[in-house]
Design a protein around this ligand. Structure first.
Ligand SMILES: NC(=O)c1ccc[n+]([C@@H]2O[C@H](COP(=O)([O-])OP(=O)(O)OC[C@H]3O[C@@H](n4cnc5c(N)ncnc54)[C@H](O)[C@@H]3O)[C@@H](O)[C@H]2O)c1
Length: 322
């Protein structure tokens, strides 16, 4: 099949590109390289059927040029910096919502029917039910990132309803893996590489986060895309457990083989405005399709920390070489 991945040079998109190519699909990646990196695609570039297109999804003409003839479109483009989006309030609107509208309109004009979209658990804001099911409401996001994802879900649903398209919307928890250059695990590794004795943790360290390794995320998306029967299919995707932020720090220190690291906390239930103190999603709907994560939250953190450390070493060697 012909597949196009918007945001395919980013963390999740590049992992997906590798996986789809290994199954023999033709894969085109469209990315502005805003946070994406060519190095994330080094395992793809020599493979038959792979193409990288540099472009900006905020420009509808560029999007229209690439969607025609695609069997499935994956939309992984986003401003993934939630905190940054609270400082520059236009970021989430343009990278998360405008990009989605441009894609839907381009698909409508080119008669392309199938879309996979990564929304976020941030659409739930601070829910009162745990694990939180897809049917939870009213949805009141607490970050502009979450708000833009919820708005994008609404546009996708309305386009699918009116123009005969089919969509698969995923609401992921924290996804972890080697190419993840943002988020708590990479942040802790960078800080501990600078100072292996002490670690500053944002918030009180008790924020509870369900974490999923990217390999489990990919298998979950594939299972759902093979099962969903509605015009718009919405799935939570996360782990069956969670780990608190101090626990994440413990796993990172263990992966770095550090002992006796002293933690200091900036305090408060949230690490920053818009941070969610507890993220734990009900994944019964996805599990009923035959999916189960292979790694629990703690194991996902540990494996991702090991993978990121290897990736950081390769980057450092590359810098020394040039
Ligand atoms: N990583 C997670 O834990 C997580 C959790 C929930 C949801 N998500 C969602 O999954 C998707 C992928 O996340 P990720 O962690 O791989 O992020 P990422 O930042 O690594 O990837 C996003 C990619 O989009 C590209 N991009 C951004 N703006 C663009 C534009 N205007 N035009 C073209 N390309 C553009 C970036 O260059 C980057 O390669 C995002 O939609 C994100 O919101 C991620």
């Amino acid at each position: 099949m012909k597949m196009l991945i918007f945001g395919g040079a980013g963390f999740i998109g590049s992992s997906f590109a590798q996986s789809l190519l290994s199954e023999g699909h033709e894969v085109e990646v469209f990315d502005s390289m805003y946070t994406g990196k060519a190095a994330n695609l080094s395992a793809c570039t020599e493979k038959k059927g792979f193409k990288l297109i540099k472009g900006d999804m905020r420009k509808i003409e560029e999007v229209k040029r690439v969607v025609t003839g695609q069997d499935i479109i994956y939309h992984f483009v986003a401003n993934a910096d939630i905190r940054g989006g609270m400082e520059n309030t236009f970021l989430d609107l343009e990278h998360n919502l405008l990009t989605t509208y441009n894609l839907l309109e381009a698909m409508r004009k080119s008669d392309v029917k199938k879309l996979v979209f990564t929304s976020s658990s941030a659409v739930y804001g601070e829910p009162s039910v745990f694990p939180t099911p897809e049917s939870y409401g009213p949805l009141r996001p607490t970050s502009l990132y979450g708000a833009s994802k919820l708005a994008a879900e609404g546009y996708i649903s309305a386009f699918c309803e009116n123009f005969g398209m089919k969509s698969f919307i995923f609401r992921p928890v924290n996804i972890l893996g080697s190419a993840n250059n943002h988020g708590v695990v990479g942040d802790f590794i960078r800080k501990l590489k600078r100072d292996a004795k002490g670690l500053e943790i944002l918030g009180n360290g008790k924020q509870r986060k369900s974490c999923l390794h990217v390999s489990d995320f990919i298998s979950g998306v594939k299972v759902a895309v093979g099962s969903g029967k509605e015009a718009t299919n919405i799935y939570n995707i996360g782990n069956l457990d969670w780990v608190d932020v101090d626990g994440i720090a413990n796993q990172v220190a263990r992966a770095m083989e550090l002992k006796g690291v002293k933690y200091s906390h900036t305090g408060g239930e949230r690490g920053w405005p818009g941070d969610m103190p507890f993220v734990f999603l009900d994944t019964k709907k996805l599990c009923a399709c035959g999916w189960q994560p292979k790694l629990n939250s703690g194991q996902a953190v540990f494996l991702a920390a090991k993978e990121m450390l290897r990736a950081f070493d390769i980057e450092d060697k590359h810098k020394e070489h040039y």
